[in-house]
Design a binder for this molecule. Structure first.
Ligand SMILES: Nc1ncnc2c1ncn2[C@@H]1O[C@H](COP(=O)(O)OP(=O)(O)OP(=O)(O)O)[C@@H](O)[C@H]1O
Ligand SMILES: [Mg+2]
Length: 626
């Protein structure tokens, strides 16, 4: 139930903001936290996007550079093959009209003339002529030729027998005349035919792999990241760079290239292998316009990746320190704001505590003044009442001689005096003039006596429930004042329940330590025997709850209530070293809690009330009758 009434209500929001300072501070901290996360996440995202874009750019640049290089290679290879065609044509012209026997007889002269033809052509390694039976007739490099060797099984020889064939390009390995080692060559062979179209043999012009190697070396630089090749359009490798002994079909890793060539695509780029795979390459290829030949230039994908990584390292060298710096700054700001928040909270707590103490002090001063005034008036009034009541008592002693109706006047005056005496007693009680007599008390016993006391109105349907803690600590209080307090609370509950409801009295041990003190800051740290008096009555609106403990505050009208009941209960609890609190919910009910200080000494007799009392204001109460 809420709210809880206490005498030092917290000051209202002095900042006049809708948002409290606590909320504002935690908002600032949340913003800084988000900023901190942002300083990590945003640079990472930027690095990812930037990295992707820069890789794409590096890839595109590499592809474009390869396409340019392969165009240069295509031009060069075309020139080489054009030269071969020219050389073959010149040899044909030279031999035109000569029979095989005439050629043989003039072999030396013809050898020298053909040798002269190719002397200044580095792209032509050798040239020779075979007759229709596949035997060598004349050669640019060898004199005399070995005419006994049958070369009719050569691919080019067999292919060019076909009258429809004109040129045949072929790869082979042959012994170098200079070094004697077997080296890769490729040859361009031309059909020789007579005027009637009959097959007269072939002219073979050869280019060495070395020529291509030196060309590509000057084009691409001596770098392991590049490869190049010259391929026949059926995929047969004619030359490779770097120069390897292998000639023949493309390698395993070049399948996409073989597929592109098989599809007769004129030019393009393929990627083979995987990104970080050293064997993976980007290969640009181009078909020669006039020959069934492709040139290719490849670059390892790993080299593109490395180049990109080097660029990224450059970015990282600037970006990472900037991002880390930003993150550290945010972290610093966050820690600073947190520290400021703690300092602010401390300052705010101190202000609130001070305001609460001031409010308590003011209230105590007010109560002191009211108490003094009440005590003085009650004392003087008591003196006057004593005189009046004394004289009426003297008259009462003579009442046998009075008229019956005069006797009734005297009885009314006596009853008025009794009521006035009761009021005086309550005033003195409240004003703390009544001596406090704290004794170790068995609280449950006092509580149980409530069921015998006549606080219920006749005919009312009010149930009383006790929920007592049988291990309840004894309390050090004045037992009579405790009974008075409980009676006051029971009467208030009765009035609130308007003849129907349940009054529940609960007792329990309570230890208020530092952890609980935060929830209930008005109760001093310590151990208490607590009594909860709960009713199911009308409850209190907030404005009544705020003033319920004030002396002379009543909602019951001047005839029915003095407004001293709760003030008296509060005063009793406070004087006993305890505390009193109210929780109330409009329409649901009210709980008043009495915190009574625990009595720790186990020796000595515990007190309930000696025999209980019969009424709220016992006739043998000291002091008023004298
Ligand atoms: N259990 C309760 N339920 C609802 N309202 C209550 C309860 N106890 C007290 N009040 C409210 O608090 C006011 C002050 O109570 P308090 O006991 O001090 O004076 P009173 O009951 O009005 O007069 P008196 O106690 O002298 O008969 C009451 O007038 C009532 O409005
Ligand atoms: Mg009351």
């Amino acid at each position: 139930m809420a709210p809880s009434a206490n005498l030092s209500s917290a000051p209202s929001d002095r900042y006049g903001n809708k948002e409290s300072p606590k909320e504002a501070a935690s908002g600032a901290i949340n913003t800084l936290r988000m900023l901190l996360v942002g300083t990590v996440v945003v640079p990472m995202l930027l690095a990812l996007i930037g990295g992707y874009l820069s890789y794409r750019t590096a890839h595109q640049a590499a592809t474009a550079a390869l396409a340019e290089a392969v165009a240069v290679a295509e031009e060069n290879t075309t020139k080489v093959l054009d030269t071969h065609v020219l050389v073959a044509a010149r040899i044909n012209d030279l031999l035109g009209g000569l029979s095989d026997d005439q050629i043989r007889s003039q072999e030396q002269v013809l050898h020298q003339r053909i040798a002269q033809q190719i002397a200044n052509l580095p792209q032509v390694a050798a040239a020779w002529v075979l007759d229709a039976s596949g035997r060598e007739l004349v050669s640019a490099r060898v004199y005399p030729v070995n005419s006994t060797l049958d070369q009719s099984g050569r691919d080019d020889f067999r292919a060019l027998r076909d009258p429809r064939a004109d040129t045949f390009i072929w790869a082979l390995r042959a012994r170098s005349l200079e070094s004697g080692e077997y080296r890769p060559y490729f040859t361009v062979s031309h059909r020789r035919q007579g005027g009637d179209g009959s097959f007269q043999g072939i002219v073979v012009v050869a280019v060495s792999g070395q020529y291509f190697a030196s060309f590509y070396n000057s084009l691409l630089g001596a770098s392991a990241q590049y490869t190049a090749s010259v391929l026949r359009d059926d995929g047969t490798v004619l030359a490779r760079y770097p120069e390897t002994a292998e000639a023949g079909a493309p390698g395993e890793n070049e399948e996409p290239l073989a597929t592109a060539i098989a599809a007769k695509t004129a030019s393009g780029t393929v990627a083979t292998g995987s990104l970080a795979d050293t064997a993976g390459s980007l290969i640009a290829y181009k078909r020669l316009a006039d020959y069934p030949v492709y040139v290719t230039i490849g670059r390892t994908r790993a080299s593109v990746l490395h180049e990109w990584l080097a660029t990224m390292e450059g970015y990282a060298a600037i970006g990472v320190p900037a991002a880390v710096g930003l993150m550290l700054l945010s972290l610093l700001a966050l820690r600073r704001t947190r520290r400021e928040q703690v300092a602010l909270a401390k300052a705010r707590d101190a202000i609130e505590e001070r305001a609460a103490i001031e409010a308590q002090l003011q209230h105590a001063q007010k109560m002191e003044a009211v108490g003094l005034l009440t005590a003085g008036m009650a004392h003087d009034f008591n003196n006057v009442l004593t005189v009046v009541w004394g004289n009426i008592s003297l008259l009462e002693a003579e009442c046998d001689s009075f008229e019956p109706n005069h006797r009734s006047f005297i009885e009314a005056a006596v009853s008025g005096c009794e009521r006035a005496a009761g009021l005086t007693r309550r005033l003195l009680n409240y004003a703390n003039r009544k001596p406090v007599d704290p004794r170790p008390v068995e609280v449950n016993e006092v509580v149980k006596q409530m069921s015998d006391l006549p606080w219920r109105s006749p005919g009312a349907d009010i149930a009383v429930e006790f929920r007592l803690d049988h291990g309840l600590w004894p309390a050090l209080v004045d037992p009579h004042q405790l009974e008075d307090a409980l009676l006051n609370l029971a009467i208030n509950a009765r009035d609130a329940m308007a003849g129907r409801g349940t009054l529940t009295i609960t007792t329990t041990n309570l230890r208020i330590d530092a952890a609980h003190a935060a929830a209930d800051p008005d109760v001093a740290l310590g151990e208490y025997a607590a009594i909860y008096v709960t009713d199911t009555g009308c409850g209190m609106p907030e404005e009544v709850l705020a003033k319920a403990f004030d002396p002379f505050f009543t909602t019951k009208g001047a005839e029915s209530g003095t407004g001293l009941g709760l003030a008296q209960v509060y005063g009793f609890a406070a004087r006993s070293g305890g505390y009193c609190a109210i929780e109330s919910e409009l329409g649901r009910g009210t709980t008043v809690t009495l915190y009574l200080p625990r009595h720790k000494v186990t020796e000595g007799r515990l007190v309930a009330l000696p025999g209980g009392r019969n009424g709220r204001f016992a006739a043998d109460e000291p002091g008023l009758r004298a």
